[in-house]
Ligand binder design. Structure first.
Ligand SMILES: Nc1ncnc2c1ncn2[C@@H]1O[C@H](COP(=O)(O)OP(=O)(O)OP(=O)(O)O)[C@@H](O)[C@H]1O
Ligand SMILES: [Mg+2]
Length: 256
């Protein structure tokens, strides 16, 4: 078993021939929490989507290794089966698919393949853990609604986290799980992520612009992307300095 469950080596990524990432080398240690930071448009979401295998993101050089083996030839669903899950920064609306039905299909624990009418009903064989997850995240009211259709910003984020939790992944790539959350929702999400960290069997990669959720989690390592490159690797002690200086000055100072 590798200490690094996931790593990218000299990763170069293009979208429609346009270079977005270049030479990105990042290692994610098994069971640890990493944060990916960086200015808007620096390539954070692109990195996560490329690891997940979204088709428009072309890997033109380098590699992505899971447990030391390349996953470049694996499709999104194969990567998901290998234990990688991605929570979108802006999840798509999927009309006609109820959240509850979707969960019943993606979660390996739940074999019921229930129609929404059965969901949470007597004939549903879903385990109680699912109900608890719904309750903890305060989104039971969304169960029978179309995925992300008309969900508020906070509901969308909590529902997205719930979906990722339901996949029981080994690696969670969470793209701004804290954006647009009110104080109470932020606490719910922070507590949920902290509990995952404390369980210790999931590797968390969190993209964020805010310190709150990162402090809640006690992030082990931070990575800063700038212009599609890995510009800095550090830890939470850097955050106050970063907040005070902003990315440009912080990076200029550390590179001096
Ligand atoms: N599918 C795409 N088509 C065209 N350009 C893209 C695509 N995906 C990403 N890009 C471009 O790549 C750059 C990096 O985008 P990305 O979404 O990775 O940034 P980010 O660091 O996540 O920013 P933010 O903090 O604003 O979410 C941007 O200039 C973006 O417009
Ligand atoms: Mg982004």
């Amino acid at each position: 078993m590798c200490a690094n469950i996931l790593e990218t080596t000299d990763l170069r990524v293009e979208v429609n021939g346009l270079p977005i990432l270049s030479g990105v080398e990042i290692e994610f240690e098994s069971g640890k929490v990493s944060a990916i930071l960086g200015p808007n448009a620096s390539g954070k979401s692109t990195l996560a989507k490329t690891i997940m295998g979204l088709p428009e993101y072309d890997v033109v050089d380098g590699d992505i290794l899971l447990d030391g083996k390349s996953i470049l030839d694996k499709s999104i669903s194969e990567r998901a089966r290998l234990g990688i899950a991605y929570a979108f920064q802006t999840p798509p609306i999927i009309s006609g698919v109820k959240l509850a039905d979707f969960i019943c299909r993606i979660c390996p624990d739940y074999q019921c393949k229930a129609e929404s009418d059965y969901f949470m009903g007597e004939s549903c064989s879903c385990k109680s853990e699912l109900y608890e997850d719904f309750d903890r995240l305060g989104i039971g009211n969304l169960a029978k609604r179309d995925l992300n259709d008309g969900f508020s910003g906070g509901e969308t984020k909590r529902s997205e986290l719930f979906q990722v939790l339901s996949m029981r992944p080994r690696i969670m790539l969470l793209d701004e799980p804290d954006s647009g959350l009110d104080y109470d929702s932020l606490r719910i999400v922070g507590k949920e992520l902290k509990a995952i960290r404390e369980k210790g069997d999931t590797t968390l990669v969190i993209i964020s612009h805010h310190r709150y959720v990162l402090e809640y989690l006690e992030v082990d390592r931070i990575y800063i992307l700038q212009n599609g490159r890995l510009a800095y690797t550090g830890d939470m002690r850097d955050i106050p300095v970063l907040e005070e200086k902003g990315y440009d000055r912080f990076l200029a100072d550390v590179m001096r």
